[in-house]
Design a binder for this molecule. Structure first.
Ligand SMILES: Cc1cc2nc3c(=O)[nH]c(=O)nc-3n(C[C@H](O)[C@H](O)[C@H](O)COP(=O)(O)OP(=O)(O)OC[C@H]3O[C@@H](n4cnc5c(N)ncnc54)[C@H](O)[C@@H]3O)c2cc1C
Length: 88
């Protein structure tokens, strides 16, 4: 028994709405396909939900905290409440 693949089919289902899935979906759609994305968590995939974006937020936050840790050498202090206060 042989299986014939129908390469003219215009309906495509893509499993996963991460960068791989949505890029594939956009290319397929641009070629005229009727695309369905199956996603269990949310469009954007790990990149948006857990990896790329959240990690950049953590890195940026750590960078600010690291810079601020040495702020006293610039005579910059802050109180636990309120905005940073320049003492110059
Ligand atoms: C900490 C960290 C930082 C990163 N930073 C960067 C960066 O700065 N730049 C960069 O280019 N890359 C970065 N990456 C890599 C990037 O996150 C991955 O390369 C990218 O997410 C892979 O995309 P993907 O579509 O293959 O998989 P995923 O993003 O994992 O998407 C797969 C999707 O499929 C869904 N899925 C899986 N199984 C099913 C199922 N059975 N039913 C329904 N849905 C399902 C999942 O819910 C998920 O949304 C980083 C990774 C990590 C861990």
């Amino acid at each position: 028994m042989t299986t014939q693949l129908d390469f003219t089919a215009r309906k495509i289902a893509i499993l996963g709405g991460g960068p791989g899935g949505y890029e594939a979906a956009m290319v397929a759609a641009s070629l005229g396909a009727d695309v369905t994305i199956v996603e269990r968590d949310g469009l954007g995939g790990s990149a948006v939900l857990t990896d790329v974006v959240p990690s950049k937020t953590l890195i940026a936050t750590a960078d600010v905290m690291t810079r601020f840790a040495s702020a006293s050498s610039l005579v910059l202090t802050s109180e636990t409440t309120g905005s940073p206060r320049w003492l110059i």
